[in-house]
Ligand binder design. Structure first.
Ligand SMILES: *Cc1c(COP(=O)(O)O)cnc(C)c1O
Length: 384
């Protein structure tokens, strides 16, 4: 049998239109292809104005932004960082690089975000930070998390890789913890191939952040005329992207609201069409808690068993629809076992990791495409 042609891919990176024009401007007009050119500044200002963060610095990835955050948090060998296990590798690995120990707690069964009621009991004298991951662009319970952090003197570093423009109680995600990290990887809502940013909401961290991002030098103070010599003053690395990347990204930022609105309309259509199956108990749909909004980053369903998910994935593939699962929980991965530890049983994490399936969601997806996917899922459950 011939392999089935993919008619509806899982993701299609969206090009807003002016990306190459802005790159040409950066290269030909501005003659600036290194970091911190005018497009980098435009992107940073756009983010600062839009979400309301004290300082935004572009990085070459969210991973790089998390590495900066781990240095800024002064993570030392043996320090513990509380997070969920149901997340991307970088949430944990960036702290392990500094000798930190990720402490994994279970997720909520509704939003699949860290279960905030389990955080307090996972705290030890070595705990330094909490890293809430806003999974699928859906906000974590930030009031509870910030309260615990304040009482127990911990830092909160938001992994907002998937959550640009999502809101928690009228505040943009990424502005609530002391620091937050964004991703512009091509699988995210707005993209630059690879790319990211660190949002610094505690202004006492800004100066050091600029040094860390510039290889541990005071280069940015030198350019502001604040020091007369440019030299090595702290640890750091090269965390800044080329202005070519920023030029691409700026064209996406100009369309960010429109991209989010389109993604949310696809999300809403999925919800409406799959609601009857959820009511029958066939599958679980995403959940956004009260007073929160999502950026439409992802649409997923949770099936009743691993076997059912495997059969459904195959069924969809035969109809030319690509749906994909993720994450191997970090606590059960080889490196996670070596470098991290768990607190409590991670039963929800285990179940979701076996049963979650992400459906196609991209800017150019039509209502007809969404109908094809939902009709296929409805057909699958008719026969099972
Ligand atoms: C995508 C992602 C990252 C990593 O982003 P990069 O920009 O690829 O480094 C980190 N955390 C989460 C939750 C992500 O989804």
């Amino acid at each position: 049998m011939a392999t089935n042609e993919i008619k509806i891919p899982f993701n299609k990176p969206f090009i807003a239109g002016k990306e190459l024009f802005y790159i040409a401007q950066a290269v030909i007009e501005n003659h600036h292809t290194a970091g911190d050119g005018s497009f980098t500044k435009k992107c940073q200002r756009w983010l600062e104005d839009k979400v309301g963060s004290a300082k935004v610095l572009l990085t070459h990835s969210c991973t790089a932004a998390l590495e900066m955050a781990a240095i800024l948090a002064d993570i030392q060998a043996g320090d513990e960082i509380i997070m969920s296990s149901y997340t991307f590798v970088s949430t944990a690995n960036t702290f392990v690089l500094r000798g930190g120990i990720p402490v994994f707690v279970d997720i909520r069964p509704d939003t699949l975000n860290i279960n905030e009621t389990l955080i307090e009991e996972a705290i030890t004298p070595n705990t330094r930070a909490i890293v809430p991951v806003h999974y699928a662009g859906v906000p974590c319970q930030m009031d509870t998390i910030m309260n615990i952090a304040k009482r127990r003197r911990l830092l909160v570093i938001e992994d907002a890789a998937q959550a640009l423009l999502s809101k928690y109680h009228n505040r943009y995600i990424g502005t609530i913890g002391q620091m937050a990290c964004l991703s512009f990887h091509e699988t995210k809502n707005i993209i630059s191939g690879e790319g990211g940013a660190i949002l610094i909401n505690d202004s006492s961290l800004i100066e050091r952040a600029e040094v860390i991002r510039e290889k541990g030098t005071n280069r940015s103070q030198f350019f502001k005329g604040q020091v007369d010599k440019y030299t090595w003053v702290d640890i750091g690395s090269s965390f800044l992207p080329s202005d070519i990347i920023a030029a691409f990204l700026y064209a996406q930022m100009e369309n960010a609201d429109q991209i989010m609105a389109k993604r949310n309309s696809i999300y809403d259509l999925y919800m409406e069409r799959l609601q009857p199956l959820a009511e029958k108990g066939c599958l679980q749909l995403p959940c956004i808690l009260n007073d929160c909004s999502s950026n439409g980053h992802m649409f997923y369903i949770v099936t009743r068993s691993l076997k059912e998910r495997t059969r459904l994935t195959e069924f969809l593939k035969k109809r030319g629809i690509l749906a994909v699962f993720h994450y191997v929980p970090l606590h059960s991965s080889p490196a996670g076992k070596l470098y991290g530890r768990t607190h409590g049983a991670l039963d929800v994490t285990k179940r979701v990791s076996n049963c979650l399936l992400r459906l196609p969601l991209y800017y150019e997806m039509t209502d007809n495409d969404v109908h094809s996917v939902t009709e296929a899922i409805i057909d699958f459950y008719k026969n099972s």
